[in-house]
Design a protein around this ligand. Structure first.
Ligand code: ATP
Ligand code: MG
Length: 760
């Protein structure tokens, strides 16, 4: 066919066409953001069906999200003349579910298995730990599940994992893993990771492999840089027969390392398939030049990259310079962003706008500012701030303090954290509520009558006591003081800290943000009941309609998407880069890739913002500018960033960042300057990844030695728990965990990556 006129090749550039028309054999498209990788996959599927006569049922395409799969399916259908419903376009998980439903009799769980959700998993794990007599204090069910998930993502069953050199704690977790798998099997259940794990095992069987390998003649994988070991092996098995594997990705956009994604899968593709054709796409069709230049300059600071990768070009013109706004504080930052959005709305009512942030807790002030203006928005891939479980739990305590008759809130907080109060006990308590009395009175009556025994008695005694003392706390402390007190005294915060999982860390951040919300309201003179009213109104879903035109989401969620207008908020150290991630060079590089992803979502206008002061856990703190701001090219910005100009009146027209290290002053100004300077000196000191470049292509991430590793016996200090002595350590890298005996009493397991540990 004549490439210049063929409808499936219309508008495509030469390398894109080459990729679309590539007939047989492995194909690697390693190319930067917005260069048309996903477009090429879509067109290629259509091409295979229309021009190569490939049956849609023999095509398998893997995307990263269900939404992306849906979109791809629709697009392909629009491009081809035959019904394409039979092609398999899905995420890895839904692909695996489909396979297991067909072939399940070969797995331990059969084909009619159920899929366990996190709550089911946790309750099974609790049984397992009880059976093994592993105390939950040291072996938190969620923590154990997190470790098991890591093993599963690496395709390791318990007996295989046992072959690794592991510390005693992890060995115990492996015992739990073993029993947990047996439990799942008894229930004929899979957890999420099992879907992949079992399918991968299934495909090891030469008969099954031949069957599906034969069936899927063409396999295409989008976002290949974020595949984990299990996904990688799965694809290898399937492609072994025909070698018609097309993978596309960008190592600079690998942002799921923390979930087991392995950037080497894409970097080693040509080793796996030496006959692979590699196509580079260098034309970016998404963003204007200033945006693209900014992205390139930022990512150039990473060392874990493919060498000799060509620079992206764009023909979309210079475009607008990037705006950076430094607001005085978080609320003003959000309000400023909302104002900009409103201006945009006025001029371009249909334009799509995205507000991106590093972590979920950051949505709170944006949501409040949007609601204040009645601006419809959609929270993509998450739950609205005031509807998050931990936030609702905390609110239920405050409601019950404010109004002791609130039975609904009582039911919620009585078992959050779990206090061993089952439906029977709860029924007894409610039955004991005197006419016109409160649930707490009912509880007090039961306790006095000695009706509760054992754990329930102890825990309920403490619970009741909490509310008695709350009355006094309410008088004595401000609103934020009360919230903080409830978080601590209820044991809620402690239960999350004991969990020590990534998920728990996210929940803690949300609670800390709630505390900041309370502090804000307090500063406006609000009382508890007024604060609660505000929240109720804020959480009222009917108040604000949803809008597809304005999306709020984390950067992780924005992968693969594009928007004419993009805001990235919270450009501060400890927020972005995230405070846990910046501890290691690898962590920092992944943060930088995340910033690269954020920048490259923007088509026409990119706006960055930060707050000079931000409340962290209710206390107002002076923020530090994100180091990533310093990495932006000065030409790309509307004005030099003058963070703290009022402090040192630094020069104009300098490269962003220079103003921090420049400038003169006396007294407290000099001290402040010194503080910032030493901060950036430390930033520079973050060691580069060690190891020799791998064949000149890629430097292996630093393995083994963690620079901050503490030996047993080391005296350390934790921001949360004070001084203590390291008893033992376990795990490596991300999983490195210390058992520490704190002077204030108690042994705790603390993950190194959550930071806060210093030699003392
Ligand atoms: P990411 O790395 O973010 O996943 P990508 O490489 O997958 O990006 P696409 O999303 O496929 O890039 O394409 C980016 C934008 O460029 C889309 O709007 C797409 O329609 C457009 N595009 C791709 N190829 C061309 C082309 N040859 N001519 C015009 N527009 C194109
Ligand atoms: Mg894409």
């Amino acid at each position: 066919p004549d490439p210049s006129t063929h409808p499936l090749l219309r508008n495509l550039n030469a390398p894109q066409r080459e990729a679309v028309c590539h007939a047989h054999g492995p194909l690697l498209i390693l190319a930067g953001a917005g260069s048309g990788k996903t477009t090429v996959i879509t067109r290629r599927i259509a091409w295979l069906i229309e021009e190569e006569g490939v049956h849609p049922g023999s095509i398998l395409a893997m995307t990263f999200t269900n939404k992306a799969a849906e979109e791809m399916r629709e697009r392909v259908q629009r491009l081809v003349s035959v019904p394409a419903a039979q092609m398999w376009v899905s995420t890895f998980h839904s692909f695996c579910t489909r396979i297991l439903r067909r072939e399940g009799e070969r797995t331990p769980v059969g084909r009619d298995f159920v899929i366990f959700d996190p709550a089911d998993q946790k309750s099974l794990m609790k049984q397992v730990l009880a059976e093994l007599k592993l105390p939950e204090k040291q072996f938190h069910p969620k923590k154990a599940l997190e470790v098991i998930s890591d093993f599963k993502n690496r395709c390791l069953l318990p007996e295989e994992a046992r072959e690794e050199a592991l510390d005693p704690w992890t060995r115990k977790v492996l015992d739990a893993y073993d029993l947990y798998q047996k439990g799942l099997k008894n229930h004929r259940a899979c957890d999420f990771d099992d879907l992949l794990l079992y399918t991968e095992r299934l495909f090891r069987d030469p008969v099954v492999q031949a069957q599906y390998g034969e069936r899927f003649k063409f396999i295409l994988v989008d976002e290949y840089q974020d595949t984990n070991r299990a996904q990688y092996l799965l694809v290898q098995h399937l492609a072994r027969r025909h070698h018609n594997l097309c993978v596309v990705g960008d190592e600079d956009q690998s942002i799921y390392g923390w979930r087991g994604a392995d950037i080497r899968n894409i970097l080693d593709f040509q080793q796996d398939f030496p006959e692979a054709v590699r196509i580079e796409l260098l034309q970016n069709y998404r963003s204007t030049k200033k945006i693209l230049d900014a992205a390139s300059e930022v990512i150039a600071n990473n060392s874990q990259r493919v060498e000799g990768k060509g620079a992206l070009k764009t023909d979309l013109g210079d475009g607008e310079t990037i705006t950076f706004k430094l607001a005085d504080e978080g609320r003003l930052e959000a309000e400023w962003v909302v104002q900009r959005i409103q201006e945009l709305r006025y001029r371009e009512p249909e334009a799509k706008v995205a507000v991106l942030y590093r972590a979920n807790w950051q949505s709170r002030q944006m949501e409040e500012a949007l609601r204040a203006q009645n601006l419809p928005y959609r929270l993509v891939g998450g739950v609205k701030f005031y509807e998050r479980q931990e936030v609702k739990d905390l609110i239920s305590y405050l409601r019950l303090i404010s109004n002791p008759f609130d039975l609904v809130s009582f039911r919620r907080c009585v078992n959050a954290p779990t206090r061993g109060v089952g439906p029977t006990t709860l029924g007894k308590i409610e039955g004991a509520i005197p006419e016109g009395g409160t649930p707490l009175e009912g509880l007090a009556i039961l306790l006095r009558a000695g009706e509760l025994k054992g754990r329930a008695q102890r825990e309920m005694g403490k619970f009741l006591e909490l509310f008695h003392r709350a009355a006094a706390e309410r008088e004595g402390q401000g609103l934020s003081g009360l919230v903080k007190w409830v978080l601590q005294e209820s044991g809620y915060l402690q239960s999350l800290e004991d969990e020590a999982t990534l998920e728990a860390e996210g929940r803690i951040r949300n609670l800390e943000e709630f505390l900041s919300a309370a502090a804000e309201s307090e500063s406006l003179g609000l009382r508890l009941s007024e604060f609660l009213d505000r929240i109720t109104l804020a959480a009222d879903a009917d108040q604000v309609e949803e809008s597809a035109h304005l999306s709020l989401m984390t950067i992780h969620c924005a992968k693969g998407l594009e928007f004419p207008f993009v805001f990235v908020i919270g450009m501060e150290e400890d927020v972005f880069p995230n405070r846990n991630a910046r501890e290691t060079p690898e962590g920092l590089e992944e943060e930088r890739r995340l910033f690269y992803v954020a920048i490259t979502r923007a088509q026409r206008r990119l706006t960055l913002s930060a707050a000079r002061r931000r409340r962290i856990m209710g206390t107002e703190m002076l923020s530090m500018p994100s180091r990533f701001l310093r990495e932006l090219p000065a030409e790309a910005l509307t004005a030099p960033i003058r963070w703290g100009t009022e402090l040192y009146q630094s020069g104009e027209g300098v490269r962003p960042g220079s103003s921090f290290t420049r400038g003169a002053g006396g007294g407290s100004v000099a001290t402040e300057l010194q503080r910032i300077r030493s901060f950036f000196d430390r930033v520079k000191e973050v060691p580069a990844p060690s190891g020799e470049p791998d064949g000149g292509r890629f430097s292996e991430p630093a393995e083994a030695k963690d620079p901050a590793a503490f030996e047993a016996g080391t005296r350390v200090k934790s921001a949360r728990f004070g001084a203590g002595t390291v008893l033992a350590s376990s795990g490596r890298g991300e999983g490195l965990t210390y058992t520490i005996r704190f002077d204030q009493g108690g042994d705790r397991r603390i993950m190194a990556r959550f930071g806060g540990l210093e030699r003392f």
